[in-house]
Design a protein around this ligand. Structure first.
Ligand code: TRP
Length: 455
């Protein structure tokens, strides 16, 4: 059903544009910053295997669910549920999504700001040191400062806000269509560099040879959380993007393509990082600073490292930017459609709100370091509460909605483009996953990971 909206609704203008935008959302700091350090901290290949299982059985079905809801309703995260179930409180799931967008952006823009800053530091030669103590000093000076990290965070918000204001096709689609191919090329170049280092094989076995002794339930929760974060699901970003997708796109195929390409990018980021880390004798489990301390030191230790370092941070900034567009679009679409604000006003209010909340994340490394919630500083709290709690919870409700509330025949209709694609078997598997596997699986992992139940 179309929403009776008098304004003509913008959408993506081509299939390539759709893929670029959706993949642009999935690929981000998740692949290049989070995936390597979480994998490093949780023992490598065994964690990756569990992550892949979470991705296939949980992440992918939730992504498809969101695309189906979005395209069917042509509405934002909140509006979509109101169109489908006007009398029931399902729209709260979308409301929680809008809130999650602010919380994720709070820490995401902080890290993206460091990345932008690092491009300039790398280009100016300020990161060229083979002594990890010196690179740590550069990183710690940046993050424990006040003016400098705040400046970069606001800069990031201005850049992404400007693109969002330009619109869905003219902003998001146009930018991601150019940036995504560049990202792939840069990643290939850096992978070749890393793989040709002497000693690269140790890093590869860390990535691909599993050791299951490191796996605990909180590791499984981390893998599940990463799967949600990676695919940008659980908070309505994919409902919003799905609402801009044309009637003839094959949605299951698209979700599969995006999940596979995104995983490829994560593995390629791992291949860029771990062989180099091992080749130069660093520890893989450095945690969040892995990207910002280890990587510059590693690049400084190799021929032409300075050039590769700049390329690497440009690549990371590109990835982060495409992802942030989808995070911004959730509240922006919500404000424009549910509150009838102009796109300009919606964008300004959104980036202002994120700027305020986000500065508390940035300052949690300096003047707000003593503010803690559940013994986490604000930055870690925003990350934990979204990745490990709000996104999985959102995933449960989105799956329950599609599996039990929407109606089997409507789901079949949307998934097959009104019978144009013959994919009944796939639809049956999908329905089984969203009815049982996703809600039960997430609930168990969530309760166990939070130590509410134990096996
Ligand atoms: N997927 C992005 C990444 O890996 C982050 C992201 C973009 C996201 N949009 C999202 C995460 C929506 C959760 C929900 O960096």
């Amino acid at each position: 059903m179309q929403q009776d909206n008098l304004k003509k609704r913008e959408g993506f203008s081509s299939s390539i544009g759709v893929i670029a935008a959706v993949l642009g959302s999935a690929v981000g700091l998740g692949n290049i910053w989070k995936f390597p350090y979480v994998t490093g901290a949780n023992g490598g290949a065994a964690f990756i295997l569990i992550y892949l299982v979470c991705l296939a059985l949980v992440g992918l079905p939730v992504m498809l669910s969101e695309h189906l809801i979005g395209r069917n309703t042509k509405s934002n995260a909140v509006g979509a549920f109101k169109v489908l179930q006007p009398k029931k409180p399902w729209f709260l799931v979308g409301g929680a999504g809008v809130l999650s967008a602010f919380l994720i952006m709070a820490f995401y823009t902080s890290v993206a700001g460091w990345v932008y800053a690092y491009i300039f530091k790398a280009a100016g030669g300020g990161l060229l040191s083979t002594n990890p103590k010196e690179t740590s000093l550069v990183f710690n000076t940046l993050v424990s400062g006040v003016g400098e990290p705040l400046f970069w965070q606001m800069f990031v918000l201005l850049v992404t806000g400007t693109i969002i204001m330009a619109g869905v096709a003219k902003g998001i689609e146009r930018v991601t269509k150019v940036l995504m191919p560049i990202l792939f090329i840069l990643l290939i170049v850096i992978d070749i560099r890393s793989l040709t280092l002497p000693g690269a094989s140790e890093g590869l076995s860390f990535l691909f040879k599993p050791d299951f002794s490191k796996i605990t339930v909180s590791v499984i929760l981390a893998a599940l959380g990463l799967a949600f974060f990676k695919l940008s699901v659980g908070m309505g970003a994919m409902i919003t993007y799905g609402s801009y997708v044309g009637e003839n796109e094959n949605l299951p195929k698209m979700a599969l393509k995006v999940a596979l390409s995104d995983t490829l990018v994560s593995l390629m980021a791992g291949i860029a990082i771990f062989p180099a880390v091992f080749a130069f004798g660093f520890e893989p489990n450095a945690g969040p600073p892995l990207l910002f301390i280890t990587i510059p030191t590693v690049f400084s230790s190799m021929p032409f490292g300075g050039v590769f370092m700049v390329l690497f941070f440009v690549l990371t900034a590109i990835a982060a930017t495409g992802a942030m567009l989808s995070l911004l679009e959730v509240p922006v679409a919500y404000f424009t459609e549910q509150h009838n604000w102009s796109r300009r006003k919606s964008t300004l209010v959104t980036i202002l709100g994120i700027g305020l909340l986000g500065s508390t994340a940035t300052l949690s490394n300096s003047i707000l370091a003593n503010v803690t919630i559940f013994s986490k500083n604000l930055f870690d709290f925003y990350d934990f509460i979204t990745s490990n709690i709000l996104l999985p919870l959102g995933g449960i409700f989105i799956a329950l909605f599609v599996g039990w509330q929407w109606g089997k025949s409507k789901v079949y209709q949307e998934i097959s483009n009104n019978g144009q694609i013959n994919n009944q078997g796939l639809a049956d598997v999908f329905l089984f996953l969203v009815r049982f596997v996703v809600p039960i699986g997430i609930t168990l992992v969530l309760l166990a990971g939070l130590k509410i139940i134990s096996f």
